[in-house]
Design a protein around this ligand. Structure first.
Ligand code: HEM
Length: 545
């Protein structure tokens, strides 16, 4: 009855009255917002939020999350807070504050990355894959299968053989474009490393060509001959564009609050585009998976996988008599994966693997260019491998025995972590940093702040690979977390290290690389990963006769 009266009352109002009521309602909302804000529990320092928007305007004014985090860390220290819309995010910027977040106990309070939201649900990531999965039974199953495949001897061996072939394809294109034969042509290195990483991981995960390198060649030299048909080039372009749009979808789902996504015309237009692309990409992956399943099922049982150990094939046969099995104690799993489960994992591998490794390669090359003594030591480690045979194929033992290159990769990733912001959310009340936090508190891990914290590192801004050589510098627990930590640590880290070691060994053995100019710096933007999109270099074949 009351609600009918209220409704009747509002229908009698004219526009002016509606305006007055709206302004009054907003003023009351604002007063209530600030009363709650100034009386909140565990008040941490941080920029003053605005009603509805939180600190989104501050962020928009800075433009880049990593630059903004650096400014906030400088101003507020090791622990501060920021509001995304009305959701409070607690930032932690010191290794000790991460201890509980990176617990490896199966009873950990921090098994999930985010609280999840409608946007993440719309792209089926709340209960598929691993990255944002909040269904812990499903996550556990998927994670075990992903680990099983990525760390299997078959996959690693296959990757070590394949990556050099892709690298050599890239060298052929460099030669064709006159980049390495003494012409001193300047080119943008990240374009090539993103394509190298893409072509390697697309092939290793699906058995198909990504054609990123070939398209790059054709964009500079359209008449060049490549060994892919026009149809393959078109199809792969469509797929690459779709992955790139999916990446934007993911970033928006994590960082843009629903009231912007669903409450603004731009947000709605973008959402429609993102969902259309997501369905297209999903169908494409599912078709690929079904075709591969039919192919694998058509093999004679004794044929194994015909020596073709890409992730898709291995995921299809994992936990079947033809594939690797999870057998150890409580890790045991008895069933194989469905097509939709594999789809969720492949999608995430394509998102997680490409840009991280490619950008880190560019950061390493930049730092090595600025530190010639490091280049010398890399060569002292690499050159003996190729001394008797410059075309020698790298073996697993070689890659496991490159301590200096490994230290260079770690030190470069300390200064430029490809995943500069990590997330955890608590599932029940807990104490962190001297405060008691409610269940569902969202923690943001400031990886750059921790990896450059003066309490954890001597000369934190300097590039000193030796600190990662054994016994040189005691690394404080959780102060180095390029691949994250705890139960959700990156499952692709072993492949990523092999990929980078192979590329660096071949590059420094065969080429001299220089920055295009002395003041050249990598152009970086934060897009869920620390994305390097600009670094101009000159290269020459090395004369090692
Ligand atoms: C240099 C390269 C890479 C870096 C720096 C990197 C870094 C990271 C980081 C920081 C995380 C978050 C871990 C955490 O929350 O504690 C992560 C998660 C993840 N990474 Fe990587 N990654 C790299 C390459 C790869 C590759 C090559 C793959 C796959 C082949 C991969 C697949 C994943 C997946 C699936 C997750 C989510 C794991 C989960 O939530 O359970 N990453 N990575």
């Amino acid at each position: 009855m009351l609600s009918t009266d209220v409704l009747a009352f509002f229908t009698t109002l004219d526009y002016q009255n509606v305006l007055v009521f709206s302004i009054l309602a907003f003023i009351l909302y604002t007063i209530n917002f600030y009363i709650l804000y100034f009386n909140r529990e565990n008040a941490l320092p941080g920029p003053l939020p605005l009603p509805i928007l939180g600190n989104l305007l501050h962020y928009a004014m800075q433009g880049d999350m990593v630059v903004w985090a650096a400014a906030l860390r400088e101003k507020y220290g090791d622990m501060w807070e920021v509001y995304v819309g009305s959701e409070r995010h607690v930032w932690v910027s010191r290794a000790e504050l991460v201890d509980k977040l990176f617990s490896i106990s199966t009873k950990s309070n921090y098994k999930c990355r985010t609280n999840g939201n409608r946007a993440i649900g719309e792209i089926k990531m709340l209960n598929h894959g691993v990255f944002l999965n909040r269904d812990l039974d499903v996550w556990t199953f998927n994670r075990k299968m992903m680990k099983l495949v990525l760390t299997s001897a078959e996959f690693i061996d296959y990757a070590i053989k394949r990556v050099p072939k892709v690298f050599e394809e890239m060298e052929g294109y460099w030669a064709e474009l006159g980049y390495i034969d003494g012409d001193d042509k300047i080119f943008n290195l990240p374009d090539w490393f993103h394509a190298l990483s893409l072509d390697s991981i697309v092939f290793l995960s699906t058995g198909k060509n990504g054609c990123g390198l070939a398209s790059l060649l054709l964009s500079s030299s359209p008449n060049s001959a490549v060994s892919y048909s026009a149809e393959t080039l078109n199809e792969t372009k469509e797929l690459r564009d779709s992955w790139s749009t999916f990446f934007d979808t993911l970033r928006t789902a994590i960082f843009v609050p629903d009231f912007i996504r669903l409450g603004t015309p731009l947000g709605l237009i973008q959402r429609r585009k993102f969902l259309k692309n997501f369905h297209w990409l999903n169908n494409n992956l599912l078709t690929m998976i079904r075709e591969k399943r039919a192919e694998v099922e058509s093999y004679d049982n004794n044929d194994g996988l015909k020596g073709d150990y890409n992730m898709l094939k291995l995921l299809l046969v994992a936990n079947t008599p033809r594939g690797p099995s999870v057998k150890r104690g409580s890790d045991r799993i008895d069933r194989a994966m469905t097509d939709d489960e594999i789809r969720g994992l492949l999608l995430e591998v394509l998102v997680a693997a490409i840009e991280t490794s490619a950008s880190l390669m560019c950061f390493i090359i930049y730092l090595v260019c600025r530190n010639p003594e490091v280049k010398k030591k890399i060569r002292e480690e690499v050159d003996p491998l190729f001394r008797d045979d410059p075309t020698r194929k790298l073996q697993l033992d070689d890659l496991n025995n490159l301590p200096y290159i490994e230290a260079v990769i770690k030190e470069a990733s300390r200064l430029f972590p490809p995943g500069p912001i990590n997330h955890r959310v608590s599932s029940h009340e807990d104490d962190i940093g001297g405060y008691t936090w409610k269940a569902g508190t969202q923690f943001m891990i400031d990886v750059i702040g921790i990896q450059k914290h003066p309490a954890h590192w001597s000369n934190p801004e300097e590039f000193i690979p030796e600190r990662f050589l054994s016994q040189s510098e005691d690394v404080v627990k959780n102060s180095f977390q390029t691949f994250g930590g705890g139960l959700r640590i990156c499952p692709g880290r072993q492949y990523a290290m092999f990929f980078m070691k192979i590329a660096l060994a071949l590059l420094y053995n065969r080429y001299d690389i220089e920055l295009a100019n002395e003041n050249e710096k990598p152009a970086i933007i934060y897009k869920v990963t620390l994305y390097c999109h600009g670094l101009k270099v000159k290269m020459r074949r090395r004369n090692i006769a």
